[in-house]
Design a protein around this ligand. Structure first.
Ligand code: GLY
Length: 374
């Protein structure tokens, strides 16, 4: 890739902004299309960078990709701090709590699975968990301590990425892309040509490219943001995850004093409304885990659309007509931003999809594999 290679990025969530920033920092003219950059699902996210506590038997490729991206996060955050400001990477770690005996059995199985993969996790009983995280419910049975699963302030991150893009002269076009090919982007008013076109529009990528219409679908999630009131117990310092009545829930603290509680998960098309029952569920379950939330101020409720693929792995690499896709990041968009940006830049450079990203090859959906470096 010569530093004159012009790149269009369609979509300004965490993936699109990260790609635009890294490409522009490498010296390329970059144009980013999004009517509302820095919003969408990335704005709603909890901010967990959690390959281990998101792990699920059968999804080892996701664990590997996520772990690789997590290793890239400290340097990604350092570079962003130098180009804009500190995105609020928290190194405090994560605990997972089991609410009842069925949850404790599930958690034990998860611990065994992770150990079988050589991952270090510490199992503790409820009393030990409460000693580490003051304010957890006395009814919790057991827990896992996973210090390596981190978190980032998603909104600081998005603002920092936008500033870093601006510093590197990314041309922000507040127009929706309507049609793409490997060398052009059409909006309602113009058709513009580029050397490379990257489709990073999350769930909406499915509406912009025929090869993605069955490969990516929206997966709605709601979050609740709370703030401790004067006199109430402060939020936990670490991310707390739990399963309540079999549904996963997380509580992610922010330096600002807010606590993000997430997230519901529904298949419901492109509907982004917040359901009263979803909010009730989140608050009920959060209170079972950390009872003081009932005293907190309700700051915000929001819904966003994750972009999910059929195997929960992202799609990163060239499509049939040369458009480079970077979408389908499921529950892991923030986590996978650094590795996705690195992989897309390698593809734009003509190096093929790097070996570390081979499982994300979009050709797997059509039985067509793009050339990879390994
Ligand atoms: N990353 C957590 C979620 O998607 O809810």
């Amino acid at each position: 890739m010569s530093s004159g290679t012009s790149i269009a990025v369609v979509g300004g969530g965490v993936i699109g902004l990260s790609i635009a920033w890294r490409a522009a920092a490498a010296g390329h003219p970059v144009t980013l299309f999004d009517p509302e950059p820095g919003r969408g699902a990335s704005w709603v996210a909890g901010g967990m960078l959690a390959p281990v506590t998101e792990a699920w038997p059968g999804e080892e490729a996701s664990l590997e990709l996520g772990s690789d991206s997590l290793r890239r996060w400290p340097s990604f955050a350092r570079q962003l701090t130098s180009d804009a400001f500190d995105p609020g990477l928290s190194m405090a770690g994560t605990v997972v709590a089991a609410a009842d005996s069925a949850d404790a059995t599930q958690l034990g199985l998860l611990a065994d699975y992770l150990r079988s993969l050589g991952r270090e996790v510490e199992t503790v009983i409820g009393r030990q968990l409460r000693a580490r995280v003051p304010g957890l419910s006395s009814s919790l049975r057991s827990g896992l301590v996973v210090p390596g699963d981190l978190a980032v302030d998603n909104r600081k991150l998005l603002d920092a990425l936008r500033m870093a893009c601006e510093r590197h002269h990314v041309d922000f076009r507040p127009e929706a892309a309507r049609q793409l090919s490997g060398s052009s982007v059409s909006t309602d008013t113009a058709r513009l040509s580029f050397d490379a076109v990257v489709l990073a529009a999350g769930a909406r990528s499915a509406l912009l490219h025929p090869e993605l219409s069955d490969a990516i679908r929206p997966l709605k999630g709601e979050i609740v943001r709370l703030r401790a009131r004067r006199g109430s117990l402060p939020p936990p310092r670490v991310t707390v995850r739990a399963s309540a009545e079999g549904r996963p829930i997380y509580l992610v603290p922010r330096d600002s004093g807010e606590l993000v509680i997430g997230a519901t998960q529904y298949e419901g098309g492109f509907d982004e409304s917040v359901k009263a029952g979803g909010v009730r569920e989140l608050l009920d379950y959060a209170e079972q885990v950390f009872p003081s939330v009932a005293e907190y101020e309700l700051v915000e409720v929001q819904a966003g659309l994750r972009s999910a693929s059929s195997d929960n792995l992202p799609l990163i690499g060239p499509l049939g007509d040369g458009v480079i896709v970077a979408s389908g990041h499921y529950r892991n968009g923030l986590l996978l931003a650094p590795i996705t940006a690195d992989a897309v830049l390698a593809v734009v450079a003509g190096d093929g999809l790097p070996g570390y990203a081979r499982e994300a090859n979009p050709g797997r959906m059509a039985g067509r594999e793009a050339m990879s470096r390994e």
